[in-house]
Write a protein that binds this ligand. Structure first.
Ligand SMILES: *[C@@H]1O[C@H](CO)[C@@H](O)[C@H](O)[C@H]1NC(C)=O
Ligand SMILES: *[C@@H]1O[C@H](CO)[C@@H](O)[C@H](O)[C@H]1NC(C)=O
Ligand SMILES: *[C@@H]1O[C@H](CO)[C@@H](O)[C@H](O)[C@H]1NC(C)=O
Ligand SMILES: *[C@@H]1O[C@H](CO)[C@@H](O)[C@H](O)[C@H]1NC(C)=O
Length: 215
């Protein structure tokens, strides 16, 4: 009887040891599960972070609007000429999570490949995830255009096609640590509508209508 009880106790102890072993294994499995879940979570976080915050994109440089302040154009007497004062609102859109600091630049305007004027854009800083708007004024004239027969017909038709281009160079800075050179290029096509105030007068003055297209 006593021996039986002893044996019974022994098997009880054995099964208790087994149970604790199983518990330990379960605990370890749980640990491994949480550790790998955390590792996966961290990988996803790092991946998302590097694909969004850390990814540095080129800022965008655009012409938002243009207004004509002053305009004179004449197809006769020869040579044909124009004089236009434009006010342009330009914007630097920075989608990065750090600011974009850019250098001075110019926006060059041309007619038929010949430069007719440059607008100065002063250096500045476009804050993280924002758009910096600036006003620039430029005076354009036909002084550099020599002997282009298209100019006479364009002015006579009442439409003057100009184009502009510019490159903004600077650096995007992320969290005071990472600096990366980035630039933004801009191009635009402008169609200035020259309308006569007096049809009998060959000299075109003052804009009545102005249209432009931005590409
Ligand atoms: C930028 O333009 C300013 C005038 O607005 C001038 O003083 C400065 O020297 C220019 N900087 C560079 C790097 O050309
Ligand atoms: C004259 O201007 C027109 C219109 O902008 C342009 O297409 C053409 O190439 C120019 N011709 C010359 C000789 O510069
Ligand atoms: C630019 O000019 C427009 C109208 O001429 C004005 O409403 C706007 O406030 C100006 N913006 C800046 C940044 O000077
Ligand atoms: C235009 O320029 C050419 C030379 O580039 C010259 O031979 C021609 O006479 C000029 N035409 C006019 C109308 O000035």
């Amino acid at each position: 009887m006593a021996e039986q009880s002893y044996q019974h106790r022994e098997t009880e102890m054995e099964s208790a040891a087994e149970a604790s072993k199983e518990l330990k294994l379960k605990k370890r499995m749980k640990l491994i599960f949480y550790a790998s879940a955390f590792a996966i979570f961290q990988t996803v976080v790092i991946l998302v972070f590097s694909l969004t915050v850390m990814r540095i994109k080129n800022p965008k440089f655009r012409v938002h609007s243009i207004t004509v302040e002053h305009l004179t154009a004449s197809s006769a007497p020869n040579p044909p000429s124009f004089n236009i004062k434009l006010n342009a609102q330009v914007a630097v859109k920075n989608t990065n999570f750090g600011h974009f600091k850019f250098q001075n630049t110019t926006i060059s305007f041309d007619y038929g490949g010949v430069g007719v004027g440059d607008a100065f854009v002063a250096k500045g800083r476009s804050k993280a995830r924002s758009t910096l708007k600036m006003n620039v004024t430029v005076e354009l004239n036909s002084n550099n255009i020599v002997n282009n027969s298209s100019l006479t017909s364009d002015i006579e038709s009442g439409f003057l096609a100009l184009s502009c281009h510019s490159k903004l160079s600077g650096k995007v800075q992320l969290m005071k640590l990472i600096k990366k050179k980035k630039s933004a290029e801009m191009g635009c096509a402008i169609l200035v509508n020259l309308v006569t105030r007096d049809q009998s007068c060959p000299r075109y003055q003052l804009p009545i209508e102005f249209s432009f297209a931005i590409s």
